[in-house]
Design a protein around this ligand. Structure first.
Ligand code: GLU
Length: 447
């Protein structure tokens, strides 16, 4: 078999979308699994839809995801140029060849000068191919009218340019979205007309939302652009992992896999025929797994810019690590640290009925008063706070749940949470004392 060469061929019409990212990623996996080349080609012939910076942002987002490629407009390569608008002469040359062979014809515009070139579709011919994902597919040419190869402005249509490029770039496998299935017979016609070998095609299923509707860029309920996930603090390794499972699964159905493991396990025979569901909860779960696997130090570095952007004062590196440490297990994306911070440091809190009843039933007022006095005259590090809880127990002859839970509820408002001495040290003396005062005032109102 000749060397595997696959490509991702985006149109630079905007940001990298989850569907395009999946196309790129599956081509990348295919290339790396089979030791082949992965090429990025820019299909910019739909000039009106191109956006400035579209190409750069596509490539930047692909790199962020952890993909690299062998040839592209920015890297070059011996099959370039890799932007279609820089290859117009090449398309013209092959369009002329088809004209000469009588397999295409000119269609003049009203001015009598400009013309488009149309492909002469053979009559009643079956186009059969074995799709890598779907197996054998068959189309008849009677459903296809003569179609335009070159527009009257000298720019080729997608279906023509894609064949010329895939052939000249020696692409062996074309993996792309299902929406291109009906383009395939048109492309096969051109391969045959030029006497070229046809690559293998594989069409990946659509991605659907949780209501089983095709994911649409207009669907505001699902975040769909890779850059948005990046900005929220999703980890690239987690995104890579998650996207690789959109329409593919390893034999053991394992869900957390590194890039190397995915490349090794990747098997095109396991590409799914059923639509891939974009499950937000699963993405959050996968991301939280990667976050949990990080060290507090590394996670703190990632959290820092989010806190800074939210104008949250980072008192010290030590403080930052304490903060990140207590929320490590609860974060499903790094940017969540901001909400967790605000929920933790709010000035006041509403005690739940259950929490308040706990304080009433355990006669906590006395415990809190003693605890308050100890705290008031103490340093505020977790090491200095820890013995004060015990001392409060000795002074009030309480221990266990009534002691620890009373202290926790009155200072954090919660019945559960991370280590209390660390939490209190983070909250700081002023806020802790203020919260204790408020809780005691409420309890006095009750008696
Ligand atoms: N430019 C096309 C797209 O973005 C590429 C299709 C193909 O891979 O052939 O959908």
């Amino acid at each position: 078999m000749s060397k595997v060469r696959v490509r991702y061929a985006p149109s630079p019409t905007g940001q990298l979308h989850i569907g395009n990212a999946r196309s790129a990623l599956f081509n990348y996996l295919f290339a790396r699994h089979f030791g082949g080349d992965f090429i990025v080609r820019i299909e910019d012939t739909d000039v009106a839809r191109n956006v400035i910076g579209g190409e750069e942002s596509q490539l930047a987002n692909l790199s962020w995801l952890g993909l690299d490629w062998n040839e592209s407009p920015d890297k070059g390569g011996k099959y370039g140029p890799y932007r279609q608008l820089e290859r117009l002469d090449t398309y013209q040359k092959y369009a002329n060849e088809l004209l000469e062979k009588g397999l295409a014809y000119k269609e003049y515009r009203e001015d009598g000068k400009k013309f488009a070139i149309r492909f002469k579709v053979p009559q009643d011919v079956d186009y059969v191919f074995k799709d890598i994902v779907r197996g054998e597919l068959k189309f008849n040419s009677k459903d296809v009218e003569d179609w335009i190869l070159m527009k009257d402005n000298g720019i080729p249509t997608y279906n023509f340019a894609v064949v010329i490029d895939d052939h000249l770039m020696e692409i062996t496998h074309v993996l792309r979205g299902e929406e291109h299935i009906t383009n395939t017979p048109k492309q096969m016609m051109v391969y045959q007309a030029l006497g070229w070998e046809i690559p293998q095609f594989g069409h990946m299923t659509i991605i659907v939302n949780e209501q089983k509707k095709k994911l649409s860029k207009r669907d505001k309920n699902v975040i769909q652009f890779i850059a948005e996930y990046k900005d929220m603090g999703y980890l690239p390794e987690a995104m890579f992992n998650f996207i690789s499972l959109l329409g593919w699964s390893p034999t053991d159905n394992q869900e957390i896999l590194s890039q190397e493991e995915i490349i090794k396990a990747f098997d095109p025979a396991r590409l799914s025929k059923a639509p891939a569901m974009f499950d937000k909860d699963k993405l959050a779960y996968v991301n939280s797994k990667y976050i949990k696997a990080m060290s507090v130090d590394a996670l703190s570095e990632l959290a820092k810019p989010f806190l800074q952007k939210a104008n949250i004062q980072i008192h010290s590196e030590e403080w930052l690590k304490l903060l990140v440490g207590i929320f490590h297990d609860r974060m499903s994306y790094v940017g969540q640290i901001v909400d967790l911070y605000h929920a933790f440091f709010h000035d006041t809190f509403e005690l739940s009925e259950e929490a308040f009843q706990f304080l009433v039933e355990n006669n906590s007022y006395q415990i809190l008063e003693v605890f308050y006095n100890h705290l008031k005259s103490s340093d505020f590090t977790s090491e200095s706070i820890e013995p004060l809880i015990k001392q409060t127990g000795i002074d009030t002859q309480t221990k266990g749940k009534p002691l620890f839970m009373s202290a926790r509820i009155a200072t954090t408002g919660d019945m559960h949470g991370p280590s209390l001495p660390i939490s209190l040290a983070l909250l700081g003396k002023d806020l802790v004392l203020k919260r204790l005062e408020n809780t005691m005032t409420k309890l006095r109102g009750e008696s």
